[in-house]
Ligand binder design. Sequence first.
Ligand code: SF4
Ligand code: F3S
Ligand code: FES
Length: 255
Amino acid sequence: MSTAVLENSSAPTPEAPVEAFTVTLIIRRFDPDKDSEPRWEDFDVQMFATDRILDALHKIKWEQDGSLTFRRSCAHGICGSDAMRINGRNRLACKTLIKDLDITKPIYVEAIKGLPLEKDLIVDMEPFFASYREVQPFLQANSAPEKDKERIQSVADRARFDDTTKCILCAACTSSCPVFWTDGQYFGPAAIVNAHRFIFDSRDDAADVRLDILNDKEGVWRCRTTFNCTEACPRGIQITQAIAEVKQAVLRGRR
Ligand code: SF4
Ligand code: F3S
Ligand code: FES
């Protein structure tokens, strides 16, 4: 009995070798102990196309200049700590692949705008979180649920605020908003997103309180529908739409 030898056309073939190449990062540096003004500094690093900007920053910090200062924690787009301006656009460094940028040119990296610069890529987030706290971003129910029972919510009611549950408080939206750049008192899109998350939650009883807070001269009416926030959001939240829904709820006087 003869045995046929079949050619397996779907057999895996070795991947083409991936070459490292030199990338130039131009980083806006600021050391409050030494600098009166921020300054730009160049770094050449050997990177692979599939590396991220966060990998490049680590490489610079670990191999070239340990004083380079930036925030990061999860490295996977969850904690929201490494929002920065990369080539003029707010992004998370851990979600920005080098191959998605124009590597024939230097890559500019700087801190997000509109918040006080502390050091290198770190800003003081306190004004951002102060606005967030002000909109009362927690469930407030007037009655306790039945003993041993959950608060029931329909699928449709849950869907009403699903998009705004995705926020990771990275501040990419608020710090990309031209209104916020010129008026740091504006609540900003992130605070409104987090108010939306509870205003439209059928289990919550404090929607009117939050609508009153946002019906302020520094509230929703400061939004000029510029859409920078929606473009910047690493979670893909339809922020401008959420702000429009809160505006409509303010006008109706209820959700
Ligand atoms: Fe970041 Fe998006 Fe939340 Fe704004 S809405 S803080 S951009 S996750
Ligand atoms: Fe600012 Fe976003 Fe409104 S960028 S103006 S909050 S649509
Ligand atoms: Fe956590 Fe980028 S390091 S979101």
